[in-house]
Design a protein around this ligand. Structure first.
Ligand code: XMP
Length: 590
């Protein structure tokens, strides 16, 4: 079974560092399965894991905001280091390892932050030029640090710390230093304990992925069995074994997670999966039809579209307060879904399972956070679990990060423009239509948003041709042409010569849409006065939506968008660009 894929796993023990999920993603990118385990639960889980299956083959300690000298600082008992599990401590994790085992951690007067020159030492006398020599290859038993295999001499690394290890514990040897940090890397080869003061998981440490791979493959002896191809094959078998002949119900929204979960499950159980697509009338232009075309016709899935636009509009009528809008939409969604499920159940018998597109970041328990974060917006995800429904949960993507979900989607043959779809909020256009929602205002958003997406898709495609980075709602290379007829890469604002001249070509726009701020202003069109709506453009760069910056779109791109919106969308005479980062703003306007 697919459990095999997970054996030989790694635990990323979380000490509250901001990069805990990033470390886990890097491990997965090295094709090794890993889980994030809060430090408080580490010993308890180790005790529970008898040996074999549940026990990790390697452990990575994350960084964290504490100092080992603080009262109540997160830590692990000394016994942990006697388990014989290969361990790599990063930043705070390295300090904790050194401190627990009798080394010296100090708080110097300075902080080391940013890109720093790293000198890799040669404590074993193996010769720096020979750092990728295999152990014992030339008949000697002198070989370099496994961690720095293939990495030698001078490198750059990313530092972000106050405390550091001043003296390594007994049995440890220093393997790298910086001008300010005497033990930037240390190891006890015999006990397979390793520590690095810098952050190998961030891109600013260019050799970081190689170092992590060295730890996973050379120190822990893992192999790279965790691939999405294997995942799909094994997961299909697992779903079939779990579900058998039972019936499964899914709320399909057209978003990446629910779509990938549905296609995967459909591969396993075919028509025993029924999807309900609640069309709340708040989707983008042509989106509802696209969902039916792709998943209904191409993938041949059993999808029931419920046209509930009228119901939602009626409930939303006259409602201006953003939170109230979100709650109404959330509740109405569940009501429609339940009614439809009941109707379908009466038709063909009840459903045993509810399929959900839950992904790993939704289920990670954090070890460091104090919890109690302020609720900024109630993020109701359409597809949320109706509480009274008596069904078992099926969550096949529960262990995957977003980029892995996309890779599974591609593996399953879902088109790139759907797999790389930008985030779209459950409450849809209602929260981009400030004030009361009306059909007229929704139409303006839909049309202006379609124009904006055409233009920014073309811009992103041009960047993709230059940089090879695709991290946005790409149309897929097959789309080829923008509506104006110019080939991708010739879209306005992208000069192919720029890369050659060494100037940065720009960052792909991560999320982009229009909003209607509910303002009307005076304009002039032809010889007549107009009194029409202003449309706002929101276009941001981001990694995960937690923070974002406004996209530095070239003026030419903005000009084309603004001209097209005013000329092509009725009822609009002005276009605004939102220059707010998050924080202090949020990405959506409501
Ligand atoms: P904010 O506006 O909080 O949005 O900066 C961060 C990201 O979350 C998306 N978003 C939502 N996604 N249901 C969702 O599934 C929601 O209710 C919701 N509200 C915001 C938003 O589009 C952005 O990507």
């Amino acid at each position: 079974m697919w459990e095999k894929l997970k054996t030989g796993s790694v635990w990323v023990v979380d000490f509250g560092g901001q990069y805990n999920q990033l470390i886990a993603r890097r491990v997965r990118e090295a094709n090794v399965y890993c889980e994030i385990v809060p430090f408080q639960r580490c010993m308890e889980r180790l005790t529970a894991a008898k040996s074999g299956d549940g026990k990790p083959q390697g452990v990575i300690f994350t960084g964290g905001p504490s100092s080992v000298y603080e009262a109540g600082a997160p830590g692990l008992p000394r016994e942990f280091f006697e388990t014989g599990i290969p361990t790599l401590g990063i930043c705070y994790g390295a300090q904790l390892m050194a401190h627990t085992l009798g080394g010296q951690v100090v708080s110097p007067d300075f902080k080391e932050y940013g890109r720093v020159r790293l000198h890799i030492d040669d404590p074993y006398g193996a010769g720096l030029q020979e750092s990728n020599r295999e152990p014992g290859e030339d008949g000697t038993d002198i070989f370099p640090s496994e961690l720095f295999y293939g990495i030698s001499g001078e490198q750059y690394c990313w530092m972000s710390h106050t405390d550091y290890v001043a003296a390594a514990p007994e049995g440890f040897i220093v393997t790298a230093h910086t001008d300010n940090c005497p033990a930037a890397a240390l190891e006890d080869r015999a006990r397979r304990l390793y520590g690095v003061q810098f952050h190998p998981e961030v891109h600013h440490t260019p050799f970081g992925q190689q170092l992590l791979r060295n730890f996973l493959y050379r120190v822990c002896g893992l192999d790279g069995g965790w691939t999405m191809e294997n995942f799909v094959r094994e997961k299909i078998g697992e779903i079939l074994a779990t579900v058998g002949e039972s019936r499964v119900l899914c709320a399909l929204s057209g978003g990446v997670d629910s779509s990938v979960a549905a296609v995967l499950t459909h591969r396993a159980i075919g028509d025993n999966l029924t999807c309900i697509f609640v069309d709340h009338g708040l989707l983008r232009k042509d989106e509802g039809d696209q969902v039916m075309e792709v998943y209904g016709r191409q993938f041949n899935m059993d999808i029931r579209r419920v046209d509930a636009a009228g119901r939602f509009l009626k409930k939303l009528s006259g409602i201006e307060e953003p939170e109230q809008k979100r709650k109404i939409i959330g509740n109405e969604f569940i009501a429609v879904f339940e009614e439809e499920a009941k109707r379908l159940g009466a038709e063909r018998g009840d459903f045993d399972y509810l399929l959900q597109g839950t992904i790993y970041p939704d289920v990670v328990e954090s070890g460091g956070g104090g919890g109690g974060a302020a609720v900024i917006k109630s993020h109701h995800n359409v597809g949320g679990l109706p509480e009274e429904m008596d069904m078992k949960l099926l969550e096949p993507l529960r262990l995957l990060f977003k980029d892995e979900v996309r890779a599974v989607g591609e593996e399953l043959g879902i088109a790139p423009e759907l797999v790389w779809r930008q985030p779209f909020p459950g409450p849809g256009l209602a929260i981009r239509c400030l004030g009361a929602v009306t059909p007229e205002k929704l139409e303006i958003i839909r049309e202006s948003d379609a124009i904006l997406r055409e233009e920014i898709d073309a811009y992103n495609e041009g960047l993709f041709a230059l940089t090879g980075i695709r991290d946005y709602e790409g149309r897929g290379a097959a789309a080829g042409k923008r509506p104006g007829g110019a080939a991708i890469g010739e879209a306005p604002g992208i000069r192919l010569g720029r890369a050659a001249s060494g100037e940065a070509p720009g960052i792909p726009v991560w999320q982009y849409f229009t909003v209607l701020p509910n303002i009307r202003s005076v304009g002039v069109m032809g010889d007549s006065r107009t009194y029409d709506y202003a449309v706002g453009i929101r276009a941001v760069t981001s990694v995960d939506g937690m923070t974002s910056d406004w996209a530095r779109l070239p003026y030419e791109v903005l000009e084309t968008i603004a001209n097209r919106i005013v000329n092509e969308v009725g009822g609009v005479n002005r276009v605004l660009y939102d220059l707010t980062s998050k924080p202090p703003g949020t990405i959506e306007w409501e």
